[in-house]
Design a protein around this ligand. Structure first.
Ligand code: ATP
Length: 408
């Protein structure tokens, strides 16, 4: 099958876009799933995109002047972040009669992909509501200027909190990291199981998990999200889009998007939280550049101390080592090559709830795992881990036999 890889639509974040031949029978066609090059695609028209939006329920249409006033004319002081499409500013706006902190995301002008993602984001966030999803207050659509106005997340992104911290005091402990993973999993569980229609997020990554007070995580950035497969269908076929290092291998290779593609990306996020490493390291690292590849031998040998972020200082603390081991096992189940073998998001939420509870309990007790409450459990887990490691090795061997068309 012919395909081409085009980098550069979202250069800062290394978004990868792979165009594939669309298979007509299995494709679920929807307004959100038209190829961006199609002239019939309303999302690509910049002439009157407002007319294409559904009547926003609680989503307000702000004027450019309102946003400029709210952000002190988009001053440098108000700038809090930079994304693939443009800058993000902090401001204050009246929302439901109250003056609230907001984040204003300015999207670059006249970008087809940007325009498309803008519309998808507004559409998605007008139908999705969950405490682990960031709230969209409104948008601005004037001329070729597009902006989105979100609730302000005071603690920034998980990516910043893991990779861009300024002092050791800011290092997140294991308990906080696992609570973040749990909250993010709950957000994903809402998309996969509870929302109507179900949604495949397609962009699970630490940069898209924002943190509210108390490190409560919220998923953001729904510009790539897809309405999930119709009943009886296992997948949606679409252009491959996502972020390097997070894309499930079968999705990158075939364009077949399933709920399990999100689970793979979640596995990378979990591994990132455990290891403190970026999903893609610098070019000098060779094959180990990919976090998933780097961690594999340590996972196989159950060398938890080597996998864990050194800043977590787990060495000599049996309960922390045990907790990391469980988290690593879960991450690797999510990262299995065979999509079907990956757990569902419900199973992940359950596993993380148990893990978070385990860490909390051990923190209070302050004692290592003992025979009464944990020894048996631990022996069973070690046996499970060995079985998983063996399965993983077998899958790796099999996948080496069939050359992959795409490897990020
Ligand atoms: N609602 C928000 N509250 C607080 N800060 C935010 C909010 N939204 C975004 N930011 C900040 O702006 C940064 C850039 O966000 P943005 O979503 O534009 O980019 P990204 O997700 O990193 O990249 P891309 O859009 O290319 O995937 C975030 O990392 C975060 O620090």
């Amino acid at each position: 099958m012919a395909f081409c890889l085009c980098f550069g639509l979202r250069p800062k974040r290394n978004k990868v876009v792979q165009k594939l031949k669309i298979e007509p029978v299995s494709v679920q066609e929807s307004i959100l799933d038209q190829p961006s090059s199609s002239s019939a695609n309303p999302a690509t028209s910049s002439s009157d995109p407002e007319a294409l939006l559904p009547p926003p329920q609680e989503i307000k249409n702000f004027s450019y002047l309102q946003l400029a006033t709210a952000t002190n004319n988009f001053s440098l002081d108000a700038r809090i972040g930079q994304g693939g499409f443009g800058d993000v500013y902090k401001g204050k706006l009246e929302i439901d009669g109250q003056l609230k902190d907001v984040a204003v995301k300015m999207l670059g002008r006249s970008s087809i992909q940007g325009n498309r993602e803008f519309i998808v984001e507004v559409l998605m966030l007008s139908i999705l509501r969950n405490k682990n999803l960031v709230k969209l207050y409104g948008y601005c659509c004037e001329g070729d200027q597009r902006s989105l106005v979100y609730e302000y997340m005071p603690l920034g992104s998980v990516e910043d909190n893991i990779h861009n911290i300024r002092s050791v005091q800011e290092v997140l402990d294991l308990s906080t990291r696992m609570k973040i993973a749990l909250g993010a999993a709950k957000g994903l569980a809402y998309l996969h199981n509870e929302s109507q229609p179900i949604v495949i997020y397609r962009d699970m990554k630490t940069a898209n998990i924002l943190l509210d007070h108390g490190f409560e995580p919220k998923l953001s950035d729904f510009g790539l999200a897809k309405i999930g497969p119709n009943e009886g269908m296992s997948h949606v076929t679409t252009r491959v889009m996502g972020t390097l290092g997070y894309c499930a291998p079968e999705y990158a290779a075939t364009g077949k998007l399933t709920l399990k593609s999100d689970i793979y990306s979640f596995g990378v996020v979990l591994l990132e939280l455990i290891t403190g490493r970026k999903p893609i390291g610098d070019s000098t690292m060779g094959a180990e550049r990919l976090l998933v590849r780097w961690a594999l031998p340590y996972f196989r040998s159950l060398n938890i101390r080597r996998i864990a972020d050194p800043r977590l200082a787990i060495q000599g603390d049996p309960y922390l080592e045990e907790a990391v081991r469980r988290a690593v096992q879960l991450a690797y189940m999510c990262l299995r090559d065979q999509a079907k073998a990956r757990p569902t998001i419900r199973e992940i939420v359950e596993a993380l709830e148990v893990l978070v509870e385990y860490i909390a309990r051990k923190k209070v007790e302050g004692s290592p795992v003992n025979e009464e409450d944990g020894g048996l459990e631990r022996r069973r887990d070690v046996a499970d881990a060995k079985r998983w490691a063996k399965d993983f090795r077998d899958e790796q061997r099999k996948s080496k036999a069939v050359p992959k068309r795409t490897r990020f």
